[in-house]
Every structure is written in structure tokens, then in C-alpha cells.
Design a protein around this ligand. Structure first.
Ligand SMILES: Cc1ncc(COP(=O)(O)O)c(C=O)c1O
Length: 364
């Protein structure tokens, strides 16, 4: 046994989630988002599970991520939607990647590189990537002029999830963009706008394809509904062996700065995981870990590669080598990713996305 944390990814849960989500949005197609190292689940491993689950597309941020997926043997269509300044799009040609382009320069570069198919990315109010409304006419005119060289297979935008009113304004803008394209003789078969929250909220947002990130991994994009409420199964479990068990006397501290001192004689377990692994330091004295059949508080400062939990006076029989679960599926009695997010004032997205790529991942 190594003193190593382990991420176990339940591929059956990923397949289950895609099945549930596909049913929820039918007849729209499903794109699974595997950016950010597959939301911490591992880009290639997650992508393979989603490919096995029959997703229509995979989505990533940039061409480099997409090329790495191709090199790992992924063959479903891959969309990449954010590009480096001066991007030549040669990777797109070499690896059969579909770029979503946001401006004229990117469209021209695709045409010059011989990219056969693109999606057009329009900004309907998020003010991130995508062409803003005043640029649509010129972009769409040029796309129509290049139609025999570069086929526009899709049009996309991304919602802010601010409110039904704000999301409705964005959806209306998207409909305007599609209408302007159609006027120019281009009816893209793939019209996609919704990510997890919108797809599970607004039927009208699904159009012909939905881009599921978080929900595909079995996590809920809603504050007031859990994974189980949505019929989803969190796929990721983070375990770590207990590598030390130590008695401390009342008043003794643990870890840097003694932000916690034992309120009475107690026993601490040492876990070899810390902020270098992506476990947020802010979880110090806030989060809990399952070990010895019970939730135990993380006490003292989380260090770079270590944290301590309070086992109580008699240690409850916990011994070196026992497994601790930081988070997993609450249906299995584990703390949830949402518990960690709540404890640290962040969102479940961040808890999984910040997990270090160097943590070993096992797909079961
Ligand atoms: C363009 C785009 N589409 C889809 C997604 C997936 O979002 P979610 O994880 O909320 O489903 C993201 C993630 O932020 C995104 O940037």
C-alpha cells in the first residue's frame, strides 16, 4: 500500500447519468463536457466512459485538450470553443476537431487551414467568448460566402443562469442569431445553448443539442436539489489511507499556527493529502471526513500534503491503513462534494475541478 490518495471513478455511474440526462432532453442530442481534466475525473478516462455511454459529442475548451483526447483514442466528434490569439487551427485539421469560432479572424484562419466544419459561437449576453450581436451580420455573411469551403454545422451560445428573465433574454437573442443565419441560407443542424442547469430547467433551451458538464458527473447544478433528487449518481470518490494515529492532550495544537487545540484529550488521524492535491486549505476546521464509520472533523490547518482529523478520545478503533473518504456518493454514506462545497463557501464545480491531475485515478 502506498501513502497515496486515490480517486475512484465509477464509470457505471457516468453511463447511468448520461442515460438519465439523455432521456430528460430527448430528442436533443447530448454533448458531454470534459474540459478541466474532465471536471477532475480525468479527461481521457472520463471521455472514454462518456463515449461508451453513447454521447454524441464531447466538448473541451481548447484544441490542445481536444488533441490529447484524440491521442488517447477518443473517436466521437469533439468541439473546442476557446482559442489562443493567432490560432492557426492546424491541430483541428490534424486531429479532426471541430472548432467553435467567435470572430471573423478565427473563421478566416479555419478557412486558410482547411478546417472543413465549424460551429459559430455567439455571445447572447454572457460577455465572454462569442461574437456580439453587432458582429453577427459580418460574421454570418462571411460564413455564407465561405460555405463551399467551411461548413457551418452548428451555432452555440452559453447562458448566465442568472434568472428566468435574463436567461429568457439570452434565449431570444439566440433565436435571432439562428434566424439571421437561416436568412443567409445556413440552417445548422446543431443549435446548442444549454448546459446542465438550463437543460434541466427550460425545455425551450434544449433545441437540438445540450452540453452537459456537471450533471454528467452526477453532481447537481442547483442549490436546492441534490444529485439523488435529479436521479443522478456522483461518480467520484476520493479516498486516502490513514498513515498516522496519535494521542494529543487537552490544549495541544495540531498543524501550522495551532488554529485548533484539543479541547480535551483526544486522538488524531493523519491523512496524506493537502492543498497540493487540490484539497482547499480553506476547508481547515470546516470540512469532515468519513473514517471508522463516522464523520470526523478536519482539525487544524490543511497543509500542502497532509491534514489531520479528530477521532475522539478512544480513536474508535481507527488504525493506520484504514481508509478515509473525503467525498463520494452520499447514497453510500460518504460526505458529498456538495458538503465540501458548503463547508468551504464554494461550488461543487470547484471542489472537483481543482483536484490535482497528479492524483491517481482508477476507473471501475
Ligand atoms: C461553453 C460551455 N458549455 C457547457 C458547459 C457545461 O456547464 P455545466 O457544467 O454547468 O453543465 C460549460 C462549463 O462551464 C461551458 O463553458
Amino acid at each position: 500500500m502506498t501513502a497515496e490518495a486515490l480517486l475512484t471513478i465509477d464509470t457505471a455511474a457516468l453511463r447511468h447519468n448520461i442515460g438519465v440526462l439523455r432521456k430528460a432532453v430527448e430528442p436533443a442530442g447530448v454533448l458531454a463536457v470534459v474540459k478541466a481534466n474532465g471536471y477532475g475525473h480525468g479527461a481521457a478516462g472520463g471521455a472514454r466512459a462518456f463515449e461508451d455511454a453513447g454521447v454524441d459529442w464531447l466538448g473541451v475548451v481548447d484544441l490542445g485538450e481536444a488533441a490529447a483526447l484524440r491521442e488517447s483514442g477518443i473517436s466521437v466528434p469533439i468541439l473546442a470553443w476557446l482559442h489562443a490569439p493567432g490560432e492557426t487551427f492546424e491541430l483541428a485539421v490534424r486531429h479532426d476537431i471541430t472548432p467553435a469560432i467567435s470572430d471573423l479572424a478565427q473563421l478566416e484562419a479555419c478557412a486558410a487551414a482547411g478546417v472543413p466544419v465549424v460551429h459559430l459561437c455567439v455571445d447572447t449576453g454572457l460577455s465572454r467568448n462569442g461574437a456580439v450581436e453587432s458582429e453577427w451580420e459580418a460574421l454570418f455573411d462571411r460564413a455564407a460566402a465561405l460555405a463551399d469551403r467551411v461548413r457551418v454545422e452548428g451555432i452555440m451560445s452559453h447562458l448566465s443562469n442568472t434568472s428566468p428573465h435574463e436567461d429568457g433574454l439570452q434565449m431570444a437573442a439566440f433565436v435571432r442569431a439562428v434566424g439571421m443565419l437561416i436568412e443567409r441560407g445556413i440552417t445548422p443542424p446543431l443549435q446548442h445553448l444549454a448546459a446542465s442547469a438550463a437543460a434541466l430547467t427550460y425545455g425551450a433551451s434544449r433545441i437540438t443539442m445540450v452540453r452537459f458538464g456537471l450533471a454528467g458527473y452526477g453532481l447537481s447544478p442547483f442549490d436546492d436539489r441534490s444529485s439523488a433528487d435529479l436521479g443522478l449518481r456522483p461518480a467520484l470518490t476520493l479516498t486516502v489511507p490513514v498513515v498516522g494515529v496519535k494521542s494529543v492532550k487537552a490544549g495541544e495544537g495540531t498543524s501550522y499556527g495551532y488554529t485548533w487545540r484539543a479541547p480535551h484529550d483526544t486522538t488524531l488521524a493523519l491523512l496524506p493529502i493537502g492543498y497540493a492535491d487540490g484539497v482547499e486549505r480553506f476547508a481547515s476546521n470546516r470540512a469532515s471526513v468519513l473514517v471508522g464509520g463516522r464523520l470526523r472533523p478536519v482539525v487544524g490547518r490543511i497543509a500542502m500534503n497532509a491534514l489531520t482529523v479528530d477521532l475522539g478520545a478512544d480513536a474508535d478503533g481507527v488504525a493506520i491503513g484504514d481508509e478515509a473518504v473525503l467525498f463520494g456518493d452520499p447514497a453510500a454514506g460518504h460526505p458529498s462534494v456538495d458538503d465540501w462545497a458548503r463547508a468551504t463557501g464554494t461550488i461543487n464545480y470547484e471542489v472537483v475541478a481543482r483536484l490535482s491531475p497528479r492524483l491517481p485515478r482508477r476507473y471501475v
